[in-house]
Write a protein that binds this ligand. Sequence first.
Ligand SMILES: [Zn+2]
Length: 667
Amino acid sequence: MTSRLQFELQARATGSAARAAVFRTLHNEVLTPLFMPVGTQATVKAQLPQTLEDSGSQILLANTYHLMLRPGREVFRKMGGIHRFMSWKRSVLTDSGGYQIFSLPHSRSMTEEGAVFQSYTDGRSILLSPEVSIGAQVDIGSDIMMALDQCVASTAEESVARAALELTHRWASRSLAARGDSPQAMFAIAQGALYPDLRKQSVMGLLELPFDGYAIGGLAVGEGKNEREDICGFTADLLPSDKPRYLMGVGTPLDILEAVHRGVDMFDCIIPTQVAQRGGVFTSRGYLQLRRGVYKFSDEKLDPTCHCPTCERYSRSYLHHLTKTKETLGWQLLGKHNFHFYHRLMREIRAAILEDTFLSFYHEKRAFLHEEDLDNPVIAQKSKKPKRLALGHYEIHKAWEGFASIRHIHSGEIMHARTPPMEEARRLYTDQARLSERLRESGEPLVIWDVGLGAGANAMAAIGCYEENSQPVRDLHIVSFENDLDSLRLAFRNSDQFPYLRHGGPAGILKEGSWQSKVHPGLRWTLIPGNFLEVMDKAPFPPDLIFYDMFSGKTNAEAWTMNAFHRLFAVCKGRPVELFTYTCSTASRVAMLAAGFYAAQGLSTGDKTETTIALTVEAVGPHHKLLGADWLARWHRSTARFPADIPMDDHSSWENVILQHPQFQNA
Ligand SMILES: [Zn+2]
């Protein structure tokens, strides 16, 4: 038999890696995606097995490490296994103890044979080897066993992570051998920290062994949310489609939704009971904290759309009281509701996958699951300690349409005043530069000079373009220039208002001055701090594309002079280079033309009917609308005809230079 679970894939969602499946354990049929409550000590804290069954729990998780210390393997052998022992009729999954070796350092020592640690119940030295772990899981009598693995921090160095995954592979073979002919299913655990190469090596090695399912281990242990989601999606993609996939230790309802979208089927987490003990509940009105005084006189149902025993019977006022007095009934009732919420979410997810409406469901739920207490927003407490909305020369500006951008306090100039930053960045810079198309062409690494990093919108648009590209062929190197990082820092600190900055990139730039994607090693970002004209020579590569997004001539006159464009032209000359900028000022266009660039009309944005593209002759192509006779006529009527660094006396000679520019010879 190749699989003990008779796994059957039922549906895959369009536009997402989400999937629905069914498999059979020794005790019941299991529908995926599913959430598994954690019953560390053969009990889910403060919950009756009957309650769990009623809320829709299909599998409980139990911890081998804790159960082998107490009550001990012999109790399970004599009592007829964990199901009978705790009176639970459905499935049990036992972990291997690998995570506890990692997280509970009771004077442990690690060898090829296994981990030796001291029992916290009686101080004995105990060896946890693959054979011991599997033997204990056989005695416990779970439906799904986990192979013993060595877990390391997700932030571990590559050599440490590599050694751990190699040991994990050898232990995986020993775990399988130790199972013998037991009918229990067994999952392997893929490790590799945040290194895609190691994740791949780990999965490929484990696929050679006949496991019944695969877990993604070593996440939710110290990494950022984005990194976790990237690695989770990357690893899930490598796993076979005909076996269940399990993301260990994750997570909040939002984390689970994100992981389902990336192709994961099974989850476990202590969050539903852990937050319940402290008064926290997930509801259709957002995440509520019942300790808050606003609930003292609240006669409402806990969650108006929930039919769990808690919501049917008790008011928020009573639950608030139980929470404040730390009564165990409060913990029990809130935990019960949380399991109903989790299982209902999983059923809705599954239904949406089966109906193939998951993608829209995902977008809708994803927006909602960020919410906190819609009925009683936590405003009063925040106003006591206001967030700092200004930093250095910058402050956060809220447009009346609701989006945030950064304002230069002294000049009043706003970055992306009329259009949300990311929307404008895509339209003017990445879309106009046909970045997505260029990344699919083969060639040398593509270099973008991001002149005027600001709050990072243009650079993040380029990074997003690369990451969303299904098959980027070419490497992308973004070189950002900025003399004052306060605008990025300010936006980053307020990333609730600048959601595009919730990414490892800006964090890396602010901390280290550079960043390289761990999932796509061909994607790199470097910061060159300082005044652009003084530091442009420090750029490691000449540009293919330039996003020229400096403050306007009023705030930063030097950036729009002929001298500035001369210097730029010198690094572009002889190669196809395109420069995109939001301005359409006549004087700036003259500065570009006088410096040797060709000038073309760019797309409109906000209240500007057009913007500007400067090109080297090598880059001029059929999709460019070069300025022509119309523009020359307007130029003649203009009152500000020349950039600041062309003196009045020289205007007539420079007028001839412009008129003789090759771009106007056929105009
Ligand atoms: Zn409820």
